[in-house]
Design a protein around this ligand. Structure first.
Ligand SMILES: Cc1cc2nc3c(=O)[nH]c(=O)nc-3n(C[C@H](O)[C@H](O)[C@H](O)COP(=O)(O)OP(=O)(O)OC[C@H]3O[C@@H](n4cnc5c(N)ncnc54)[C@H](O)[C@@H]3O)c2cc1C
Length: 334
């Protein structure tokens, strides 16, 4: 079955293999089993196989907000970024139906060209719609919570298809009920989303705003080096980046992991960083900010797989933070 990658394939190979605006940290160990379904039927096939095997389950999109352990991920990792058909845009009403695998920047451009306003902020977020629904992704004053009407989910335990409306997702700043439930058992999988945008705008004006947002992000954030975006949630009303910058921590490095010299809330992989280096740098920055400002920074990045400080991973609401490293099992037949 072509969707299987050999268990020993490092994440750095399969995830960044597609060119484009994806700048993951390009670090992390192998997935024990990995599948990239393109249809609901393929997804159901892998779930039906994993269930009786008792495998743990991880759902990922573009991996743009993930730090995957050097020891890799036990169980089945489902990458949902290929679960996509062309977005269905209803120009007169501004209602958009979009599959989980759709890249957020392409959706932003598509909607701008259709004269729909309200997604200009999404152009610089290099993830999928599914990841954005889970993370309540946002930027420049906009967020998924402002535009999402409903999401279709697959419950891997029962196989049921669910339609959750906005209130059921329980959104808060970079937070959703889907994230909180990741810590318990098998997380629900986002299949698609319905967004309500504003119809009838001048496409050229929306495109101008979208392009200007993109340019300002490229100017202010380190898009040319692998990173996982903002490492810490802002401890409102303060900005995590400002706190880190004020303590003179820009440029602080462990191995190839470095606090970006362009934007202090980014950690970049300048070359050869391990996930352990990045994790250690995250914890060092947290310790300095706590000691010198009395503020406990909560990571926005999701750690997946075992890390030396598994308690820290648990605190991030990550799935699998304390799971054992994958023992390599025999590769199953399709
Ligand atoms: C350069 C850069 C800039 C960034 N800027 C921003 C920003 O401005 N604002 C912002 O909010 N984020 C930003 N990010 C972080 C990231 O792009 C977003 O969090 C994005 O929404 C994650 O989407 P993803 O598809 O990559 O998800 P992943 O990183 O693959 O996963 C994120 C979480 O969602 C879950 N998940 C993903 N897809 C599914 C699915 N289909 N079903 C169920 N669970 C799923 C995963 O299990 C994980 O818990 C940035 C990242 C980078 C690298």
């Amino acid at each position: 079955m072509e969707h299987w990658l050999p268990p020993a394939t490092p994440w750095g190979t399969p995830l960044p293999s597609r060119p484009g605006p994806l700048h993951q940290l390009e670090r992390g160990g192998p997935a024990e089993f990995f599948a990239e379904p393109r249809t609901l039927a393929e997804l159901q096939h892998w779930l039906a196989w994993a269930g009786p095997e008792g495998l743990s389950l991880h759902s990922i999109g573009a991996g743009s907000n993930l730090l995957i352990s050097d020891e890799g991920l036990a169980g089945l990792t489902l990458c949902l970024r290929s679960l996509r058909q062309a977005p269905r845009i209803d120009r007169p009403t501004g209602l958009v139906e979009v599959d989980a695998g759709e890249p957020l920047p392409s959706l932003a451009h598509l909607c701008a060209r259709a004269g729909l306003a309200g997604l200009e902020w999404a152009v610089g977020i290099p993830g999928t719609v599914g990841g954005a629904v889970v993370m309540n992704a946002g930027a420049q004053g906009g967020s998924m919570a402002q535009r999402l009407v409903a999401a279709e989910l697959l419950d891997p335990a029962s196989g049921a298809l669910l339609r959750w409306s906005l209130p059921q997702l329980d959104y808060a700043y970079r937070q959703s009920r889907l994230q909180l439930e990741e810590s318990h058992g098998r997380p629900r999988i986002v299949l698609r989303a319905w967004l309500q945008l504003e119809p009838g705008h001048d496409p050229l004006a929306v495109q101008r705003r979208t392009n200007s947002n993109r340019s300002s992000r490229i100017r202010s954030q380190p898009y040319t080096l692998p990173s996982c975006g903002s490492v810490f949630r802002n401890p409102e009303p303060q900005k995590a980046g400002r706190l880190i910058e004020d303590l003179g921590l820009m440029g602080l490095s462990i191995g190839g992991a470095q606090v970006s010299t362009k934007h202090a809330n980014f950690i970049v992989n300048t070359g050869g960083a391990t996930a352990a280096d990045i994790d250690a740098l995250i914890r060092q920055v947290q310790a300095r900010v706590l000691a010198e400002r009395g503020i406990s920074l909560r990571p926005e990045v999701k750690r997946l797989g075992p890390f030396s400080d598994s308690a820290a991973a648990e605190r991030d609401n990550t799935a699998g933070g304390s799971r054992p490293s994958p023992g390599l099992r025999a590769r199953p037949g399709p």
